[in-house]
Structure formats: C-alpha cells, structure tokens
Design a protein. Structure first.
Lengths: 149, 149
DNA sequence: AAAGATTGATTCTTCAATCTTA
DNA sequence: TAAGATTGAAGAATCAATCTTT
C-alpha cells in the first residue's frame, strides 16, 4: 500500500480491464468486417449517423465533437476526410462566424446505409450472439454511469 | 429490413455502443492522468505488467501479442520503443530461431510501479466511484463472454 | 479573455510486402 | 508452406501553437 494513492477495489479493476479488452476485441472484429466489405472505419459511421439524425442533416463541429467524444482537432481532420470523399460539406454560419456547420450529403446518407448493412451483421455476430438479452440490457444500464459526468 | 442481414437486437446495439463510449471516455481520462504525471500511455503499462508477471520476466513476442490483443506489427513497434527507452530488451531464442524473447528490465519494473501509482487513483476515480460493487462484478462477468472466442 | 476551429511537425498506426527459420 | 517477426511507405492521431470571431 502506498499512502496518498486511493486503491480501487478489485472488482473495479477487473471491470475496467474487461471493458477495455471487450471493446478492443469486438471493435477489431467489426472493423475487419467493414474493411473486408471495402467500407470505411466505424468513426465514419458514427459521424454520419449523428449528422443524419440532426435537424437539417447538419451539426456544428463542436456538437459533433461532443456527440462522438472526439477532440476538436480529430473532428477537424475527420471532417476534412468526409469532405474530401464527398460525404459531408462544411457550411459557414452566418450568426456566429466562429462556427462551422457540417452537413451530410446524399452520398453520405447512402454510405451510412451501406455501412449499417455490414455493421448490423457484425453486431449480431460479435455481441448479440454472445449475451443473453437481460445481460445486454444490464451492461448497457451499468456502463452508462461511467460516462455521465 | 434488408434480407440477408441478420438484425441484432436493440439491447445488443445499445450494449455495444455503450461499451464503446464508456471505454473511450474512461480511457481518455486515465491517459490524461498518466500524461499529466509525465508517464507513458496505458499500453506500456499493460505490456510491462505482462512481462513482469511472466516466468523469468520475459515472454515471446507472439505471446505478448496474444496477451495484449495486439497485432504482430504493433507489438514489434511497441517493443522497439520499450527497448529504445530501456524498459525491455530483446533476447534471441536458441531453441527456435524464429522467436524473439522480450525481457523486462529493472527500469521497466520501476516504471510499471510508478505508473500503477497513478493508474490506481485513476481507476478509483473514474470507475470505482461510479459503480456499485455488485455492478462492477456483474459487468466483469458479462463482458468476459465477448472475448472468449 | 474565451470559444470554435485549423495547422505544421512529430509520433504512432496500419498496410502490404518481406525476411528468416522451422 | 507456415510461423514468428520486421519494415518502407502511407495514413491517422497528437502536440502545441495559431487564427478568427465573440
């Protein structure tokens, strides 16, 4: 025991290491499925989903940042790529000159749908198959507490 | 509904998105704590932990790869960095010329301990505080099923 | 000063090909 | 052929500094 360092419970350490491992394990498999289908990585799906859901099919960059739990510069570069590939475009904000809107394009919507095709199968195979329905629900409820600041 | 794509249950999709978000959220905060203390990222801790636990303080690279769920080339480059920083060294295997052993150094052991100092506090703050003890145990049990192939 | 966003340089990751030994 | 490991080149993430507007 080291004074001044609060020791977490064994249960908490085990929970954290397994969150970490399970995430990487499943994530790697989903990404592999997407890649095999010639599709972009999951972060592109997540971004297109947020944009597609938003009113008018667009979000301020800062809101996309919060929705995705990404850094400002990561979003900036992700949007660069989406724009380069024709999946989204930036629009200037007339009310606040600091703000940049990001709007999904029709190609972006089509890509999201194509990705869901593969993504859904991957979640079914790598998650749904392995958990009882109550387990999945229970995990979801408990994990939400970790990111409600 | 698209024929030919197995649809995962809503519960499974929610579980997966929350695993993903919770992992990123907690991971970012732990990494920030380590960084603020001038320490290297979590993967270094994980590697040093595996090496330190192993018999003789060393593992074959391929076993480190499996323990960490990393790719061959990622481990190769991680060991490059550990070696460069004096935390581990490669040793050739006399029995099988294809194999490379990776051994932890005394500096590596010291670093792992210094990192645990910070890491423990971070897990206490970002995980232990937010979950009831039974919840942590339950999460651990359920999540393990996701990476037992 | 603070909020939103961008960028040059560096570091790390990933891809795809390669190398060595079994 | 396959297993274990490495590597040049390309792509992405990160750092730290910067820019613009509020």
């Amino acid at each position: 025991m080291v004074p001044g360092v609060r020791q977490p419970s064994d249960a908490a350490v085990r929970a954290w290491t397994r969150i970490n491992r399970a995430q990487r394990f499943v994530f790697d498999r989903i990404e592999a499925d997407l890649k095999q289908a010639g599709l972009p990585p999951l972060e592109v799906y997540d971004a297109l989903l947020e944009l597609g859901r938003a009113a008018g099919g667009r979000l301020r960059q800062v809101d996309l940042e919060r929705a995705l739990l990404f850094r400002q510069y990561s979003v900036s570069r992700l949007v660069d790529r989406l724009e380069r590939d024709g999946m989204a475009r930036r629009e200037r904000c007339t009310e606040d000159g600091r703000v940049s809107w990001v709007a999904i394009t029709p190609s972006g919507r089509a890509l999201r749908q194509a990705m869901w095709h593969v993504y859904a199968g991957a979640v079914a195979r790598h998650v749904d198959c392995k958990l009882a329905p109550e387990e999945a629900a229970h995990i979801a409820t408990a994990l939400e507490k970790l990111y409600r600041d």
